[in-house]
Design a protein around this ligand. Structure first.
Ligand code: IPD
Length: 304
């Protein structure tokens, strides 16, 4: 291939910074009393704001100006498209979510970010995540590690514990998301999902309470940041059913580079069925079921 990955990487980093600044300015306008216009898509919790639209338009324009032949898959372009069919091919492809955590953004809960991934042969090989209100800028490139604010290599949490969850199924922070398809309530899917969260948290902690306990269960409202925090080592496990490619592409690149693991486990594991013993199906984009496990141990320092 004649792709200049150094060039694409540098471009993606600048794009992430610029898009992050747009999100920051939009949030500041909201803090200053600006309007909170959002449009409901498939349900009351599936919303889009002008900021999603503006940031995606900006990113798309930048990409097509610089790399006219590359493919583009974006959350808002997809949902507005006439066809429900789309495909991540082996072609050079950008897969982006202009604003992951849109509900958080509208409530000014700071857990939101822009997610930009560059894929080749269907694999995310560059991932950029900018969460401006958190002052966190994550970047990763296959073979070059995952980084916070371009200076700290991930994972940051360097406890010398064995891989989760087999050897250390407790004292973890477990993260899960509610998703946003409330139509699921009618057929019981959401209830089953929540039950899975509860089962997972209690099984991991040991029902007798002696095997240790889950330290906490979190639900951030941003699948992208869930993956980033797994890569950081702050979260031990994250599980969600129902993500789209743009929610996870950059985060998967980050987690892979940090030494973590992404699988498509469903249902989520319990202490009696730890996956170190079973074949782990490799997660693929479009799988829509994701289980992320944080890196096992200390990171190795090296060139970025
Ligand atoms: C959503 C968020 C949410 C997750 C959903 C995603 P959006 O993305 O990441 O936490 O539960 O599956 O679609 O709509 O805010 O970009």
């Amino acid at each position: 291939t004649d792709l200049d990955l150094d060039d694409i990487h540098a471009f993606a980093i600048q794009l992430g910074k610029d898009a992050g600044s747009m999100l920051q300015r939009a949030a500041e306008a909201r803090f200053a009393g600006g309007p909170n216009a959002s449009i409901e898509k498939d349900s009351a919790v599936d919303i889009v704001t002008q900021t999603d639209e503006d940031v995606e338009a900006f990113i798309k324009q930048e990409i097509f100006t610089r790399y006219p032949s590359h493919k583009f898959v974006g959350e808002e372009s997809y949902s507005k498209g006439s066809s429900k069919e789309y495909l991540i091919t082996d072609e050079p492809t950008w897969c982006i979510d202009p604003l992951d955590g849109t509900v958080n953004f509208t409530h000014l809960f700071p857990m939101f970010c822009v997610s930009i991934a560059f894929l080749l042969n269907g694999q995310p090989i560059i991932g950029i995540i900018s969460a401006p209100l958190l002052h966190q800028f994550f970047s990763a490139r296959a073979g070059h590690g995952a980084w916070l604010n371009q200076t700290q290599r991930l994972p940051l949490v360097r406890d010398p514990v064995p891989p989760m969850p087999k050897e250390a199924p407790n004292r973890c922070i477990f993260s899960c998301e509610w998703g946003k398809d409330r139509r699921d309530v009618q057929d019981g899917n959401l209830q089953r999902k929540v039950e899975s969260f509860v089962n997972m948290a209690t099984e991991l902690g040991g029902r007798d309470g002696k095997g240790g306990m889950v330290h906490g269960v979190r639900s951030l409202g941003s699948a992208t940041l869930d993956l980033a925090y797994c890569a950081m080592g702050a979260f031990d496990i994250w599980w969600e059913a129902g993500c789209w490619e743009w929610d996870v592409a950059a985060g998967i690149c980050l987690l892979n580079e940090a030494g973590g693991l992404v699988t498509t486990a469903n249902p989520p594991p319990t202490s009696s069925s730890t996956y170190a013993d079973v074949a782990i199906p490799e997660a693929h984009l479009g799988g829509r079921l994701y289980l992320a496990i944080r890196p096992a141990g200390p990171s190795t320092d090296g060139e970025g």
